[in-house]
Design a protein around this ligand. Structure first.
Ligand code: NDP
Length: 244
């Protein structure tokens, strides 16, 4: 039987890396994307090939740049006719007061976290419609629901992802394509490495589960959504240890 195909953006570390491994373990051919950390991405490729005897391909590019996304999808469609699953995971954070934020930093957060989802969906959808099947999973944040002080651009980008998810789910439901988002809580990845040990302890005390989530837990939810009944669509599912 032909293997299924998934694209995971931002797969060189953290949640994307864990999702790439989870889908490879499940027998998918995995298209692995990142922008700059190509050595780390090649480590993920080697891990998939050597540990899971899985198949994968590296498709580098800046998902916040529509030209890069067009080239990435040219490469993907030379290798397969259609993605079964698209995991829009690549993202960056920006911490600081809004009044101190420059135009370039604002644009970079919105391009990387929100416009990227538009660019990748736009390319992934047409073959999915022809085939009348597909799953789109957007990695969002609880801050997109509640808003975070000193992370206004980030919160706005993730609120945008949530709105895009709900609207696109309605647009694609008649074509049997499901679109859902995972609103992650605090997950133990490089994105949170800038916190001191003391800040980390304080934060952990605010989380009802008493700990950060793991990238593997989010990867498992992404896997579950990719294999959920077709009636599950348009949802923003909180995975935050009970924080919100
Ligand atoms: P990491 O910083 O660990 O990993 C981010 C990944 O995204 C890297 O592979 C990075 O690769 C890639 N990336 C960044 N910018 C681009 C770009 N322009 N084009 C392609 N790839 C890019 O972050 P996490 O794993 O923690 O985050 C993954 C997702 O989860 C993000 O969308 C984030 O907002 C979300 N999230 C994370 C939370 C957390 O607490 N960690 C909480 C809520 C949501 P490279 O550096 O090579 O570009």
């Amino acid at each position: 039987m032909e293997s299924k195909n998934v694209l995971v953006t931002g797969a060189s570390r953290g949640i994307g890396r864990a999702a790439a491994f989870r889908f490879a373990k499940g027998g998918y051919h995995v298209f692995l994307n990142c922008c700059t950390s190509v050595d780390e991405l090649n480590e993920v490729r080697r891990g998939i090939e050597e540990v899971y005897q899985g198949s994968c391909e590296v498709v580098c590019g800046d998902v916040g740049n529509p030209k890069d996304v067009a080239s990435m999808f040219e490469q993907i469609y030379r290798s397969c006719g259609c993605l079964d699953v698209l995991v829009n995971n690549a993202g960056i954070s920006h911490i600081g007061l809004l009044m101190d934020m420059g135009d370039d930093d604002w644009r970079k957060v919105i391009d990387t976290n929100l416009s990227s989802v538009f660019y990748c969906c736009r390319k992934a959808i047409p073959p999915m419609i022809s085939r009348q099947s597909g799953k789109i999973i957007n990695i969002s944040s609880m801050w997109g629901t509640s808003g975070a002080s000193c992370e206004v651009a980030y919160s706005a980008s993730k609120a945008g992802v949530n709105g895009l998810t709900k609207a696109l789910a309605k647009e694609l439901a008649p074509s049997n394509i499901q679109v859902n988002a995972i609103a992650c809580g605090v997950i133990d990845t490089k994105m949170n490495m800038q916190l001191s040990e003391e800040e980390r302890k304080t934060l952990e005390n605010e989380i009802p589960a008493g700990r950060y989530g793991t990238a593997e837990e989010i990867a498992q939810v992404a896997w579950d959504l990719a294999h959920a009944p077709g009636y599950l669509t348009g949802q923003v599912i909180g995975v935050d240890g009970g924080y919100l």
